[in-house]
Design a protein around this ligand. Structure first.
Ligand code: FPP
Length: 233
């Protein structure tokens, strides 16, 4: 019997730029308004009893955006972390960050470390922020780490299992996502949790991220509850 409530929901927050343009504003305004949708999903997850909520906040490909947009996104991440930490703590939320941390600006790294330590005791929900994350580079890094262990004799190639690879991912030891939601109308995973989402239910909505509210989040959960998961059986 499938659980009607997903344990882990992952979100691809797409549509900020188009939403801003449709209001005659700069793209960054869309990102700023998108933070309210992040809050709404956290509220929805806490009420529904979802235990893990992962947001694709910044991909390794996003560095290719105009410098002003990249800088604004980095500032937004820092500001959100400072502003939200007390409330998240009070709600029993723990924040964790996945991705190539060494590649993010020093200031952002300090903010990440700060929110992770300030919320470390949260037990109700873990909010995971994927920052400077891409699934292919995560898997490549895991393969490289496994190869190094094989070279030193710490690991024998015949002993390598799916779990060995999972253990080397940024997401270890998180459970795999049960549900991946993408807003903004596109229907693809864009290098997000490719290994982990092998059996996830995918939910695509045309709603632009800044318009995605708690009701939309609950609709996605309701749709998940109607799906039958067979895991290839
Ligand atoms: C994609 O929309 C969105 C992003 C690349 C950034 C999402 C980031 C936030 C909402 C900032 C706050 C996040 C947290 C976790 C505090 P897009 O710009 O690609 O939109 P478009 O497809 O309409 O151009």
């Amino acid at each position: 019997m499938n659980s009607p409530t997903p344990i882990h929901v992952a979100l691809i927050m797409d549509g900020n730029g188009r939403w801003a343009a449709s209001h005659g504003r700069e793209r960054v305004w869309g990102h700023t308004n998108g933070t309210e949708s992040v809050r709404a999903c956290i509220r929805g997850a806490l009420v529904a009893g979802v235990r893990w909520l992962t947001f694709y906040a910044f991909s390794t490909e996003n560095w290719g955006r105009p410098a002003e947009e990249v800088d604004a996104l980095m500032e937004l991440l820092c500001d959100s972390v400072v502003k939200e930490a007390p409330e998240l703590r009070a709600q029993g939320v723990r924040v964790k960050v996945i991705g190539a941390r060494g590649g993010v600006p020093e200031k952002v790294r300090r903010h990440i470390e700060q929110i992770e330590s300030e919320t470390a005791s949260g037990e109700k929900l873990t909010v995971v922020l994927a920052i400077n994350y891409s699934s292919r580079s995560e898997i490549t890094r895991a393969a490289s780490q496994i190869a190094s262990k094989a070279l030193t004799g710490e690991l024998s190639p015949v002993m390598i299992t799916e779990q060995t690879l999972s253990d080397q991912l940024y997401t270890a030891p998180m459970p795999d996502p049960d549900l991946v939601i993408r807003t903004g109308g596109e229907q693809r995973l864009s290098n997000f949790l490719l290994w982990q989402a092998a059996y996830a239910e995918l939910y695509f909505t045309p709603v632009m991220w800044p318009d995605f509210d708690e009701n939309h989040f609950n609709e996605a959960l309701a749709e998940f509850a109607r799906r039958e998961r067979r895991y290839g059986r």
